[in-house]
Design a binder for this molecule. Structure first.
Ligand code: GLU
Length: 375
């Protein structure tokens, strides 16, 4: 299907749609009608040749609904949320199973954690499974494995999870359904207006427009949606924010964006390896001087001479962030030296590496450009 907006053309063969908890439950009832309409729309668009992968939140919300009399409306600690997610996830899948079965479409559950994205093998396994499901005509329904994901390995919000899934599966579009119509400039002020297209390269500072609302069942907001849009756009995959409560919303988005805001960039598609690098969590940081920032931005490997400061305890092969002395994030990449070695060779020429480390045969660069994603 072709999506055309303001002269820009996007061919959409595969799309990821993220449903928020609010599309599933308002904490008093389950929104069956909304889910039925959604399944009917996805079925109709599939018949027009688009493959869909869904990320569905609502495990904690649905679990909580079942325990409402015992737990009330108050804030819950992480272990209770994890326990309730186990209860709600079954129900969430049952809902999707029923609503899609009405159209003869099988759904399959895939629960992911950040640890799966960190490891190249498990990352590739997840990718293979999702591709096989799609080949078999199954609609994958993805959520975070909330019951086992402790704080340090949590995605936390499904906006990011959906973005990573879009990159993992080579999707052409990522749609985040929310309870607002899209992205507003100057949110909450009289000048505020809905933007149709946002180019993330030319409008880098969007946070001030974002605004945010609190909701105690879900964790995402406009800020996490913007970060997710940046993530997919690193690899030239556009993201859309649209109102999941409007009838026919997916069709309206796919039909030349009659609804929603599309986030685009002037980036090129990244290789699968670089997509994986952009999904990994950093273990440390290298602060580099202005000359090195220029070189990295010109897509050159990072050499030790440009390193000013080393932060964190990372090992060779870990992902580290690369930042300028002003704190701006410049890149992220797989590092050829551990943190201690980086500190020893920082500020030195590549030719001195072997003498400084007392070891032959080490790399000349700290991060090779092929292992680096430039922001
Ligand atoms: N994974 C959580 C759930 O299913 C939701 C996370 C989010 O709100 O983005 O309840």
């Amino acid at each position: 299907m072709r999506l055309e907006v303001n002269g820009l053309k996007f061919e959409i063969g595969r799309a990821v749609i993220k449903l928020g908890t609010k599309q599933v439950t308002d904490f008093n009832t389950i929104d069956h009608a909304n889910l039925e309409k959604f399944a009917a729309e996805v079925a109709a668009l599939r018949a027009r040749g688009v493959e869909f992968i869904l990320t569905a939140s609502g495990a904690i919300g649905l679990g909580r609904l079942q325990f409402k009399d015992k737990l009330g409306n108050g804030k819950l600690d992480l272990s209770r949320k994890q326990a309730l997610a186990g209860v709600g996830q079954i129900e969430l899948m049952e809902l999707f199973k029923q609503k899609f079965a009405a159209h003869g479409i099988p759904v399959g559950q895939v629960l992911l954690t950040h640890a799966i994205f960190d490891n190249r093998n498990t990352y590739l396994n997840a990718r293979n499974t999702l591709n096989t499901m799609l080949e078999m005509g199954i609609v994958p329904v993805i959520n975070e494995n909330d019951s086992v994901a402790v704080e340090e390995i949590r995605f936390g919000d499904n906006d990011r999870l959906g973005a990573l899934v879009a990159l993992l599966t080579d999707s052409d579009l990522y749609i985040m359904l929310s309870d607002i119509d899209g992205f507003y400039s100057d949110y909450g002020t009289p000048e505020s207006k809905l933007m149709k297209i946002v180019n993330l390269d030319t409008e880098p500072s969007l946070a001030r427009h974002a605004g945010d609302k609190e909701f105690n069942l879900s964790t995402g907001g406009m800020v996490t949606k913007l970060e997710a849009a940046r993530l997919t756009n690193l690899s030239c995959v556009p993201s859309v924010i649209a109102n999941g409560f409007k009838a026919g919303i997916i069709t309206a988005v796919m039909d030349n964006l009659r609804e929603g805001t599309i986030f685009i960039s002037n980036r090129c598609k990244l290789s699968q390896k670089k997509r994986w690098i952009s999904a990994k969590r950093p273990r440390g940081k290298l602060v580099i001087d202005d000359g090195a920032v220029g070189a990295v931005r010109a897509h050159k490997s990072l050499l030790p001479s440009g390193i000013r400061m080393v932060e964190g305890k990372f090992l060779r092969g870990d992902l580290v962030l690369v930042a300028g002395t002003d704190g701006a994030k410049v890149a992220a990449g797989l590092v050829n030296f551990d943190a201690g070695e980086c500190a020893k060779i920082a500020g030195h020429k590549s030719a001195e590496i072997e003498i400084l480390l007392g070891e032959h045969g080490r790399e000349d660069d700290v991060i090779h450009i092929d292992n680096m994603v430039v922001y």
